[in-house]
Design a protein around this ligand. Structure first.
Ligand SMILES: [Zn+2]
Length: 409
């Protein structure tokens, strides 16, 4: 096992010009097979850091002074650092910059879509902060073109997830609409209705629908940015029992669709209506009907992928392009009298040419399409001289009936 000496500069601060200043210099021996967790432990014991209340941020710069700052946040980024360190034998080059920061309390970093900005770095465009996926993995914002810069004195979590579950005072939300969405879900989970007062670009105040209740959430814009900070949050309800309305009707399919949309982003993921129903019960205590969940699912899919009917509208232009790309193909489409799609038949020129060299047995088979429009997809295949399947034609029919087969043949 080979060990390399590494210079450690800690307890300093980054300047605007990406220089690390006012630091204390130290050194450690780093084994080339060290893992990220081991490096953390070595640094913690060497620098006497209590990891239960503090956390360590490790970074380095490829070119010293004003160069890009690269964070070491997992085994892979540590390996990259070690490789570069091995190439440069000089101990003075490529030091590790170690910042010791307070642990963020009351937020769940493991849940996705939370942005973290790091002390001493000015972020004028938070969209550039990279999303962290696991706890302790902090990535530094590199943007220094100061326009409407704000400075952060300590580590601050900026919430960008519209379904964030925990609400408390001093939280910062990336946009007002995210805070609105979070509060909407909050009111459903806590089973009360809200009314807003003074809602504008700079202010957002919510009260309980009951006039005699002390519930309050008051947020306002953060400096010149579009972010919102919760200035005051009184979650206790003092409303009289007969005022408290338990609003089941409150959960609309639109709201549920927004909550489950993320799950459908991966088209391979199966997420059934029953699963939505169970998850809503488990996560938010909402008793929803099957039909509401089904509508929410349909709406979420429509928002992500568009309406199936609009794609049928694109068919004529698709067929036109297909025909110009493969000249001498045989492409036909039939519509009903009221201009609705009925059949399409496609034989590309290459299929026609290949037919001459195939065995004279043609196989026609239809299979039902799934989804909103249950039509039939028909393929015509043939085998070539080597016994391999060769496609001859494919088409879509409304269903397998006499009229469609007559048109097809
Ligand atoms: Zn109340």
């Amino acid at each position: 096992m080979v060990s390399i000496p590494v210079l450690v500069k800690h307890s300093g601060r980054w300047t605007y010009e990406k220089n690390f200043e006012e630091y204390v210099t130290d050194a450690i021996l780093l084994s080339t097979s060290t893992t990220f967790v081991e490096l953390h432990d070595v640094l913690a014991s060497h620098l006497s850091v209590d990891l239960t209340i503090k956390r360590i941020l490790v970074e380095y710069q490829i070119t010293p002074n004003a160069g890009q700052i690269i964070g070491i946040h997992n085994d892979m980024s540590l390996k990259v650092f070690i490789l570069q360190k091995k190439l440069i034998q000089d101990m003075n080059c490529l030091p590790l910059y170690v910042s010791i920061l307070d642990k963020v309390v009351g937020s769940n970093l493991a849940s996705s879509s939370i942005y973290v900005a790091v002390r001493g770095i000015n972020c004028n465009n938070l969209e550039t902060v990279i999303n962290t996926t696991n706890e302790g993995a902090l990535v530094v914002c590199e943007n220094t073109e100061a326009l409407d810069v704000f400075e952060m004195d300590s580590v601050e979590v900026i919430i960008s997830d519209p379904h964030h579950k925990h609400v408390e005072e001093d939280q910062v939300y990336l946009r007002k609409r995210i805070l609105k969405s979070v509060m909407k879900v909050y009111s459903i989970r806590e089973k009360f209705q809200m009314r807003s007062k003074r809602s504008n670009k700079k202010m957002y105040t919510l009260f309980c629908k009951s006039r005699n209740c002390e519930f309050l959430m008051r947020a306002s814009g953060k400096g010149e940015t579009k972010m919102f900070r919760i200035r005051e949050f009184r979650p206790q309800h003092t409303c009289p029992l007969n005022d408290k309305i338990y609003p089941k009707m409150h959960a609309t399919s639109m709201l549920i669709a927004g909550m489950v949309k993320q799950k459908f982003k991966n088209h391979k993921r199966k997420y059934s209506t029953t699963e939505i129903k169970n998850d809503m019960k488990k996560d938010f205590g909402m008793d929803l009907t099957y039909i509401l969940c089904w509508r929410a699912k349909e709406r979420a899919l429509e928002e992500l992928r568009g309406k199936p009917s609009t794609f049928y509208g694109k068919l004529p232009s698709y067929l036109y392009v297909l025909n110009t790309t493969y000249p001498e193909s045989h492409i036909r489409m039939k519509k009903t009298d009221d201009n609705a799609f009925l059949y399409v038949f496609i034989v590309l020129h290459a299929f026609i040419k290949g037919f001459d060299h195939c065995r004279p047995v043609v196989v026609v088979d239809a299979s039902h399409l799934r989804g909103m429009y249950t039509e039939a997809f028909v393929t015509v295949c043939i085998t070539d001289g080597a016994g391999h399947i060769f496609p001859l034609a494919y088409d879509v029919l409304d269903s397998e009936n006499d009229a469609s087969w007559t048109w097809f043949f």
